[in-house]
Ligand binder design. Structure first.
Ligand SMILES: [Zn+2]
Length: 282
């Protein structure tokens, strides 16, 4: 390995730690701590939407999600006393809604993690290369489909365990304090990467991996157009920052299943809107 390669790899590692949706940067005006006021059940919580979010959530009332209300990923979550986060009761659901309001249980670990057979921007067989089997199969098809269109997609960061997210977050807390850390890093349990159903991708050259400059690249444009055909959605779309609680992340795709993904895209809805769980945090 020559010096240049070593340097590039080191740079990638650093970037993927800084970004990688640990790059789960909050929209500055939305503080996750504000969700501490949400002590009611999810359904009551959604009824306390501000005028803005009510307006954006309204299409939901006239549309029928693929899942029945009882199967709604957030329906059976229970409030946690400590921080207002609601702990998800069915973390293994493929349509599980994880965000600044709904947290995975700290004990949750997917039982079907595998290594998808796709190129990554790094060589090691490590945790962040893993996905749940259903998502792994889907990402393999997506990468193959992109390749047919002359687009080379590579994985940057997929699964992240609660323990990894916790140590990452704690490092930020030590550095900047909890309030500030929450602005740019996901509280353990609330990173979608912990589901094993989300992956950050880039072009195979790793350029702009999990960075804003990925937007507008031919890879990003291809994803915008085609992810739903493979059961994924762009989880944090442009213009929906106030709803998802995250800035536009053209590289972060989430598996929800083909029917759900196509329906969500057709309705131009985020998961929060689709499952009537707006707002995430105020
Ligand atoms: Zn991500």
């Amino acid at each position: 390995m020559n010096k240049m390669t070593t340097y590039s790899l080191a740079l990638l590692v650093v970037l993927s730690i800084l970004a990688g949706c640990g790059k789960e940067e909050a929209v500055p005006s939305t503080s996750p701590t504000a969700s501490a006021t949400t002590t009611a059940t999810p359904n009551t919580a959604t009824s306390t939407t501000s005028p803005v979010t009510t307006a954006t959530a309204s299409p939901q009332t006239s549309t029928k999600p693929v899942q029945s209300p009882s199967a709604s990923p957030k329906a059976s979550s229970t409030p946690s006393k400590s921080d207002g986060l609601q702990v998800i009761a069915k973390p293994e659901s493929v349509t599980v809604l994880v965000n600044k309001q709904f947290s995975l249980p700290s004990s949750y670990e997917p039982t079907d993690l595998v290594y998808p057979d796709i190129p990554f921007t790094f060589a090691e067989k490590i945790e962040k290369r893993k996905m749940r089997s259903v998502a792994a199969e889907a990402i393999e098809k997506l990468v193959a489909g992109a390749k047919k269109d002359g687009i080379n997609i590579a994985g940057v960061s997929a699964y992240r365990s609660y323990a990894t997210q916790k140590s990452l977050f704690q490092r930020y807390v030590q550095k900047d304090g909890e309030e500030k850390a929450k602005m740019y890093s996901a509280v353990p349990g609330t990173s979608e990467h912990e589901t094993g159903l989300a992956i950050d991708v880039s072009g195979s050259d790793g350029k702009c991996a999990a960075e804003d400059c990925f937007g507008g690249t031919k890879e990003a444009n291809w994803l915008e157009k085609h992810v739903q055909e493979y059961g994924f959605v762009i989880r944090y779309p442009k213009g929906k920052e106030k709803i998802t609680g995250y800035q536009y992340e053209p590289w972060h795709i989430r598996y929800v299943g083909v029917d759900t993904a196509k329906d969500m895209v057709a309705k131009k809805m985020t998961m929060e809107e689709y499952y009537n769980a707006v707002p995430v945090s105020k």
